[in-house]
Design a protein around this ligand. Structure first.
Ligand SMILES: Nc1ncnc2c1ncn2[C@@H]1O[C@H](COP(=O)(O)OP(=O)(O)OP(=O)(O)O)[C@@H](O)[C@H]1O
Ligand SMILES: [Mg+2]
Length: 251
């Protein structure tokens, strides 16, 4: 069975322009999609922080300074609420999923994952359990703490675990051109031709940051797609590598 890394974005599971507002119906829809796809692929799930992370991390300056211990605790407590809600919906939908805390599995250096312990993740996959991680506050060897995005974690793990595909599920149908149409194939070498305006707060670079992270997976020969996580049928098809309206990212 193929191993597929799925990142469901905070844009899909939360209302990103608010603070700590979950999109419960979207989470339920995503849980159904993951249930459908889980019979055909070994899925490693990473969820974004959305409005449970970015506004709080930004308020404490975790990305720009050492953050304070208080900011770290508060940001991670908020993230845990979102993880709990997602995990509950997954298990209710019949997905055997369990949470692994990224902070306990890795350390970063200047915002980039430096060392990562992947064995617990691989073992869960081997035993038919869906590991769930998330964008997190991580200890940084040079800056106390840093935010490591779910996008970075997803692509790094895809490389480490030799995944067949990385699927980014977001609240839009893919990478959009200036007229709002889906770019069906996007070469990273032509990224500057597209506008990447970020309305909601995102401390890790929004769509542009996500696409930059994709580079590591692409360089390892792992295909990357970006598409709608919430629309029925789309996420499961992307996971299974079936044709559906989304963006295929290339080098
Ligand atoms: N050209 C573009 N095409 C598609 N989306 C774009 C584009 N430019 C900006 N965006 C924004 O990027 C967002 C997706 O990136 P963002 O990082 O905000 O979400 P996410 O990764 O799902 O959230 P999180 O970081 O919390 O996991 C979309 O909601 C969209 O508003
Ligand atoms: Mg983001």
């Amino acid at each position: 069975m193929e191993t597929v890394v799925v990142k469901v974005g905070g844009s899909a599971i939360t209302w990103k322009s608010k603070v700590k507002a979950a999109r419960v119906d979207a989470v339920k829809a995503i849980a159904r999609e993951l249930r459908k796809a889980s019979s055909k692929a070994r899925i490693l799930l990473v969820h974004g922080a959305g409005s449970f992370g970015h506004p709080i991390a930004r308020r404490y300056g975790i990305t720009t300074s050492s953050g304070g211990a208080h900011g770290v605790a508060e940001t991670r407590l908020s993230l845990l609420e979102l993880s709990y809600m997602l995990l509950k919906e997954l298990n209710e939908a019949g997905v055997k999923a369990t949470l692994l805390s990224p902070m306990a599995l890795m350390v970063a250096r200047r915002g980039r994952i430096d060392k990562i312990f992947t064995e617990p993740i691989a073992r869960l996959l081997d035993h038919g359990i869906m590991p769930v991680l998330h964008g997190d506050v991580v200890s940084d060897l040079e800056a106390c703490f840093t935010v490591v995005s779910g996008d970075q974690i997803a692509c790094r793990l895809a490389v480490e675990l030799k995944a067949s595909r990385v699927v980014f599920g977001v609240d839009v149908d893919g990478v959009l051109d200036e007229r709002g149409g889906v770019v069906r194939e996007l070469s990273l070498s032509r990224l500057s031709e597209y506008s990447m305006q970020q309305k909601a707060p995102d401390v890790t670079g929004g769509m542009a940051g996500k696409l930059m992270e994709a580079k590591a997976a692409l360089e390892a020969g792992i295909p990357v797609v970006v598409g709608n996580a919430v629309k029925p049928g789309v996420l499961s098809k992307m996971i299974c590598g079936e044709p559906v309206r989304c963006t295929l990212v290339t080098l």
